[in-house]
Design a protein. Structure first.
Length: 388
């Protein structure tokens, strides 16, 4: 078995409040169960220290440095100090632990550890930043659009260069794998998607009484989530509320900004902030929404909703990584009118909700076998170690 060092810009733990950290924790836990020795270098926020014990239980060593949100001073300076600390901690871990293999998670982490002497390395991109920039440019006009497109082209070149510097590249979705393939040169490229974090349980109590509940889940520190929710509340929700005046909209996720909290009216719109048990909220939902205008990678929120059998209405970009079929596994809608019509149709028809939810759950069962993906990754890691 191998000694594997994982380096990540976030903190990986169960129920940590961001999909990337939760996904990586479960991958590391699976490697630990298979007999590998795991160590981690990561940035951590003070609120995440309560989860430190869960990670330490599966690791031989955990090294943390402060996240930039917990550092004083201007944001740019805190950001720089945090990533410099991450790089230094990674250098120390490489020198003192002498791992057999290294796994680097996300593009930002890969940039932070550039130039460090490392053993064979696997690298997973949770998002393709150039794809996000291209989606952003499509919503802009004039000089701002041209600048964003130029940034997207530069990011594509940089991310391709990063991929070619690794021994093994991992894509988080089939959509991302197709986009990464031309950039990776001769580097092996595997699919290692997110696995569902929530599963149906008939004995679980729903978070709120079941009813015409519309649910969104997402880490609200991400601007793309905030912008998508704002568009939904401004453009779509009035069309739903007019047809279903008793419907309630629940916005669930950590760190909602004050402007979003101010949208809560205590009657039809609720902004919860962080919750411990997301599955209980999916259990209470009649319809799950993903109204993101910019999205990449693979959205954990959509995977979990489908796995829970909740009918989903999503924008096209929200389905980029999922790869589900419109009208069969979920509903795709990009305009406010179409999005509202899809939600209204589901709220009005329990049989349609049941049919779409069952098809979505079956799709996840058939396409997101995390054990098979993990076995392929482990085999590739062992291949790297054999060639060391």
């Amino acid at each position: 078995m191998a000694r594997i060092l994982c380096i990540y810009k976030q903190f990986p733990a169960p129920a940590v409040g961001h999909a990337g950290g939760e996904s990586l924790y479960h991958l590391l836990a699976a490697l630990h169960r298979r007999g590998h020795e795991i160590s981690v270098v990561a940035r951590i926020q003070e609120s995440e220290r309560a989860h430190l014990g869960a990670l330490e239980a599966i690791c031989t060593q955990v090294t943390t440095v402060p996240h930039h949100r917990g550092l004083p001073g201007p944001r740019w300076l805190a950001f720089a100090r945090s990533y410099v600390a991450l790089r230094r901690a990674a250098r120390r871990a490489l020198r003192t632990q002498q791992p057999d293999l290294v796994h680097v998670e996300t593009t930002q982490t890969a940039v932070a550890v550039l130039g460090l002497r490392r053993p064979p390395t696997s690298y997973r991109t949770q998002d393709l930043n150039w794809l996000l920039l291209e989606q952003r440019a499509a919503q802009q006009t004039g000089l701002r659009r041209r600048l964003t497109r130029w940034s997207a082209r530069l990011a594509r070149q940089c991310e391709g260069w990063l991929c070619r510097r690794q021994q093994l590249v991992l894509a988080i979705s089939e959509g991302d794998r197709r986009l990464l393939a031309p950039l990776c040169g001769q580097r092996p490229l595997l699919l290692l998607p997110l696995a569902p974090a929530c599963h149906p349980d008939p004995h679980r109590e729903p978070a709120v009484p079941p009813g015409p509940n519309v649910l969104f889940v997402g880490a609200m520190a991400r601007s793309y989530n905030v912008e998508g929710v704002a568009w939904f509340l401004d453009e779509v929700w009035p069309l739903i509320n007019a047809q279903h005046p008793t419907a309630c909209c629940y916005i669930v996720g950590s760190h909602p900004p004050e402007a979003l909290r101010a949208r809560e009216d205590g009657q039809r719109i609720f902004v919860t902030g962080f919750v411990k048990d997301l599955a209980a909220w999916y259990q209470a939902a009649a319809v799950f929404i993903s109204p993101l205008r910019v999205a990449g990678g693979l959205l954990q929120k959509v995977i979990d909703a489908l796995a829970m059998g909740v009918p989903v209405v999503a924008t096209s970009v929200s389905n980029h990584g999922v790869g589900a079929t419109d009208g069969e596994h979920l509903c795709i809608a990009d305009s406010a009118m179409d999005f509202a019509a899809a939600v209204n149709a589901l709220l009005a028809d329990p049989a349609l909700r049941e049919q779409l939810g069952a098809a979505g759950r079956l799709f996840i069962q058939e396409h997101y076998d995390s054990e098979a993906a993990l076995a392929r990754w482990e085999q590739a890691l062992e291949g790297l170690l054999a060639r060391k």
